[in-house]
Ligand binder design. Structure first.
Ligand code: ADE
Ligand code: ZN
Ligand code: ZN
Length: 257
C-alpha cells in the first residue's frame, strides 16, 4: 500500500512538472550535444572556460531549473512567443515582458559585449543554449488563445495530455532514446543540406517553426487519442527539429566566440 501511494504521488508530480514545460530534458540535452559536435576549436575553448568544463547538454536545462526560483520569474516569457498564425513576428506588438525572440537577442548581445562580466556571460550562455532549443519546438511559436497548444487536451495512448506536451515530451519519452543516442544518431547530411539549415537569421527560423506549428495544429483535434500512427509520423520531425536546433545553436556560438 505504501509503495502504491508513493508511486501515485510520483506519477502526479511527474504530470504537474510537465505542464507548461519545454522540450523535455531529453530534447534540450540532445540539442546541446548536437551543437557541441559542430563547434570550432576556438569556440569549444571559450565555452569550456566559461562553463568550467560543463557540457552544453548539461547546462541546457538550467533555464527550466530556475523557473522554480521567484528571483528568475521575469525570464518565464522568454521560453516562447505567441502571435497569430497569419502574421509575422513584429506585425503584432511584441510582449513587453519579453519573448523567445527578445530573449535570444539579449543573450547574443551580452555574449558579444567585451565589457560583460563572466558571471553574466555564463548566465546568458546557459539561457541561449536552452532558448535555441525551445525555438525549434514548433508550438513554442504558437497561438496565444491556446497557449501554444497547452489548452488543447488530447490523449497520448491511454493518458490525458495536451498537444503542447505531446510535442515537448510525450513523443520523446515514448521513443526512449537517451539524449546522447539522439545526438549520435542524427541524419547524415551533405554539405549543401547543412548550409541550407544554417542559412538565415533567428527570425527566419521563428517563421519556419511557425509554419510547422500550423501543420501541428492541423494534426490533431481536441479530445483526440494520439498513439502509434502519430508517433510514426512525427517522431522523425521531432528528431529533425533537434538536429536543426543543434546546428543553428553551433552557428550562433561560432559567430560569437
Ligand atoms: N505558455 C503560454 N504560451 C506558451 C507556449 N507557446 N509555449 C510554452 N508555454 C506557453
Ligand atoms: Zn514547451
Ligand atoms: Zn524553455
Amino acid at each position: 500500500m505504501r509503495i502504491f501511494i508513493s508511486s501515485l504521488l510520483i506519477l502526479v508530480s511527474l504530470n504537474t512538472n510537465a505542464a507548461f514545460g519545454d522540450w523535455g530534458k531529453t530534447g534540450h540535452r540532445a540539442t546541446g550535444a548536437i551543437a557541441a559536435k559542430h563547434l570550432t576549436r576556438r569556440t569549444q575553448r571559450a565555452i569550456c572556460k566559461l562553463l568550467n568544463g560543463q557540457s552544453l547538454a548539461l547546462v541546457s536545462i538550467y533555464a527550466d531549473e530556475i523557473k522554480s526560483d521567484v528571483q528568475y520569474k521575469k525570464y518565464g516569457p522568454w521560453h516562447y512567443v505567441n502571435y497569430s498564425l497569419d502574421k509575422k513576428y513584429g506585425e503584432e506588438s511584441p510582449n513587453e515582458k519579453g519573448d523567445l525572440v527578445q530573449g535570444i537577442q539579449k543573450c547574443i548581445t551580452v555574449l558579444r559585449d567585451d565589457t560583460s562580466s563572466d558571471v553574466d556571460k555564463v548566465f546568458y550562455l546557459k539561457m541561449l543554449v536552452h532558448l535555441v532549443g525551445d525555438l525549434h519546438q514548433p508550438l513554442h511559436v504558437g497561438r496565444s488563445e491556446d497557449k501554444g497548444g497547452n489548452a488543447i487536451q488530447v490523449k497520448w495512448f491511454r493518458d490525458g495530455s495536451n498537444l503542447h506536451r505531446v510535442w515537448d515530451s510525450d513523443m520523446l519519452d515514448y521513443y526512449k532514446m537517451s539524449y546522447s543516442e539522439l545526438s549520435e544518431n542524427t541524419k547524415r547530411m551533405t554539405k549543401t543540406e547543412m548550409e541550407k539549415i544554417k542559412k538565415g537569421t533567428v527570425l527566419d527560423w521563428i517563421e519556419e517553426s511557425q509554419d510547422l506549428a500550423k501543420e501541428v495544429y492541423a494534426s490533431a483535434s481536441t479530445g483526440e487519442k494520439l498513439s502509434y500512427a502519430y508517433a510514426y509520423k512525427y517522431i522523425p520531425v521531432v528528431r529533425e527539429q533537434l538536429q536543426k536546433g543543434g546546428i543553428r545553436l553551433a552557428k550562433i556560438l561560432n559567430n560569437i566566440f
